[in-house]
Design a protein around this ligand. Structure first.
Ligand code: FE2
Length: 365
């Protein structure tokens, strides 16, 4: 069955390693091994791995090779999406057995007509690892992306679960953001929805796998209108879904859970996104309360891809009425359109006026 294997010749390997350091490839392989062993618990003795990849970017080549190097050759097959007919890819996947693993390394999204890839994989009880929108990353961000894959759920898990407990039990959250002598406070006078973890730990879950890198605890206010104050933002995805980073953060004014004013120094590219949300939904609602735990990326280690950067150690909010996980009475999911993650210059989070959950760049639980 595993005949369609793309081979890395010694020549391509030499050229490749000249362009990127040997270390980068070695780190990628090591981090991928950790994902296989600690997150999706891939059993190379009993299961097969299919790496469905493209060669449209160097980072996809590095990652595809990392998976290849991480396991013995007899349990892995590699398919170049662009050189293989959709029917052949589907047949290949349809012949996999339960708990086999499909790794998708995508410079830009793979479309297989009406075949909904992730759904099909989970329906067949296949494990899945996805790397998405890699084409948005600039070459000088490859190291950061690869470093962020070292996130270890067995190390960070205890902290994440304690943060979840704090979020679940608290009924007031005060977020302070500051830059220079400018300090802003955003108050959540509400309980939060039961926080969810995205740590790459799939213990007890029906579906094993997801989009990597991981490392996030996320919730949202139970009472969306009980959010008031100001918050400083240092990054956001622009209209082309590429992250933009601001040397000087700008301020959002939030009243009753909606953005009512934006400071004059906000970049025009943010105003462009904001207007799209406002015109599409009539108002700009603040929803997600996201805590990222991945130390591999951050304000000084930017990534242009928001799905990855969302895990950066710190805090993000979402703008827009859409949230695929949390449901709210009065917000009809089918009518919601936007979920724009914006990233907070985080100084401090205090729970119930008494417990400092984050301060001096450290989480306290
Ligand atoms: Fe998030």
């Amino acid at each position: 069955m595993f005949t369609h294997i793309t081979k890395f010749t010694h020549i391509t390997k030499r050229i490749f390693l000249r362009k990127y350091s040997v270390d980068l490839q070695a780190i990628a392989t090591n981090n991928v091994k950790n994902i296989l062993n600690k997150s999706v618990l891939f059993n190379a003795d009993q299961n097969k791995m299919l790496v469905l990849h493209d060669e449209r970017s160097d980072i996809s080549k590095i990652l595809a090779r990392a998976y290849k190097d991480a396991v013995s050759t007899d349990c892995i097959a590699s398919i170049d999406f662009d050189k293989t007919k959709p029917e052949d890819i589907k047949n290949f996947i349809n012949n996999l057995k339960q708990k086999d693993l499909v790794v998708c390394v995508q410079t830009s999204p793979f479309h297989l007509n009406d075949y909904r890839l992730r759904l099909e994989l989970f329906n067949r009880n296949l494990k899945n690892i996805e790397h998405v929108h890699l084409g948005l990353l600039s070459q000088n961000q490859y190291q950061t992306y690869i470093n962020s894959l070292s996130f270890d759920p067995t190390v960070v898990g205890p902290l994440a679960r304690k943060l979840k407990d704090l979020i679940d039990l608290g009924s007031k959250f005060t977020v302070t953001s500051g830059f220079g002598d400018h300090t802003c406070t955003l108050e959540y006078n509400t309980k939060m929805e039961s926080a969810l973890l995205n740590l790459g730990d799939y213990t007890g879950m029906a579906n094993v796998g997801g989009t990597f890198p991981v490392g996030e605890v996320f919730s949202e206010p139970k009472e969306l209108t009980n959010v008031n104050g100001k918050v400083l933002i240092f990054a956001f995805p622009n209209i082309n879904r590429t992250m933009e980073f601001c040397e000087n953060p700008f301020c959002l004014h939030i009243e009753q859970g909606k953005v009512t004013k934006i400071s004059d120094d906000a970049p025009s590219s943010f105003l462009e996104v904001f207007d799209v949300v406002r015109q599409g939904e009539g108002e700009v609602v603040v929803r997600e309360f996201g805590i990222g735990l991945n130390e591999g990326m951050g304000r000084n280690q930017p990534l242009n891809e928001v799905t990855a950067f969302e895990r950066q150690r710190g805090m993000h909010l979402s703008l827009g009425k859409k949230h695929t996980v949390f449901k709210k009475p009065g917000i009809k999911s089918k009518r919601t359109k936007f979920h724009i993650d914006v990233f907070v210059v985080l100084n401090k989070i205090v729970v119930d006026d008494s417990h400092t959950m984050f301060d001096d760049n450290v989480f306290h639980v």
